[in-house]
Write a protein that binds this ligand. Structure first.
Ligand SMILES: C[S@@+](CC[C@H](N)C(=O)[O-])C[C@H]1O[C@@H](n2cnc3c(N)ncnc32)[C@H](O)[C@@H]1O
Length: 226
């Protein structure tokens, strides 16, 4: 277990650089600096409530979030899935090189290929806006189904307002992902998770530069047997 609080920006900076160096190139530079625009501190804090947890990270790229959680001592095991096979391959190599044995990454581009099991926590960070609007509810439902009774669903995405912030983030994705994104209203995500039996435990808006982040922590109702 790390002796530093997981919100310590210096630790998150150093760990991101470690993984970024192992990835190398432009993707490595993006990984090393992603913490500057993404509030990993509050996300790790939320994960810390379950520690040490088995975590399923959906759309986790090269595995940065689980790498940070591992370094912070919050993981017993972590699996990240992502639709980008190239990023998964370089993430797998970098995680091996850095000795992050508790973290594994797997290439999947359909929810049918997600593991058929439940985790202490499921995370979905900046992924839903890459999913076509007509598939977003099923995507969230499938994530909710992977949370054990009493476990957490930690969701963060970019806000669809104010206009200038949403447009700034849209430009970011046009340049980096070459994709026209589709914001999911956070109220819809709240309604879908409520329908799946989750209560809202934490709700936060975090502004960094022109990026407005909406963080939600949902807890699944415990099973009736306790
Ligand atoms: C903005 S990145 C976020 C990466 C990571 N969650 C983070 O915050 O560092 C979005 C990621 O979602 C992945 N993605 C998009 N659609 C997906 C899908 N249908 N299934 C799994 N991953 C997906 C992309 O490949 C990309 O790595």
């Amino acid at each position: 277990m790390s002796e530093r609080p997981v919100t310590d920006r210096a630790a998150i900076d150093a760990w991101s650089k470690t993984l970024g160096r192992a990835i190398g190139g432009l993707r490595g530079a993006v990984t090393a600096n992603r913490w500057r625009i993404v509030p990993f501190g509050p996300i790790l804090d939320a994960l810390g409530a379950e520690q040490p947890a088995r975590v399923f990270d959906i759309g986790g790229g090269e595995g940065l979030l689980l790498f940070l959680a591992d370094r912070a001592g919050l993981l017993s095991a972590g699996l990240s899935v992502d639709a980008n096979a190239r990023n998964i391959a370089s993430g797998a190599r970098a995680l091996r090189e850095t000795g992050a044995e508790r973290v594994s990454v797997r290439h999947t581009d359909t929810i049918d290929a997600w593991p058929d099991e439940q985790f202490d926590a499921v995370t979905m960070i900046d992924v839903l806006h890459h999913v076509p609007p007509q598939a977003q509810e099923a995507f969230v439902d499938a994530a909710c189904a992977r949370v054990r009774p009493g476990g957490l669903f930690i969701y963060k995405d970019m806000a669809d307002n104010p206009f200038w912030m949403a447009a700034g983030n849209r430009l970011h994705d046009l340049v980096l992902a070459r994709q026209w994104i589709h914001y999911a209203p956070v109220a819809s995500v709240e309604a879908w998770t409520a329908h799946a039996g989750f209560g809202l435990e934490r709700s936060e808006v975090i502004d960094i530069l022109w990026y407005r982040h909406e963080l939600r922590v949902f807890r699944k109702a415990p099973s009736r047997e306790g």
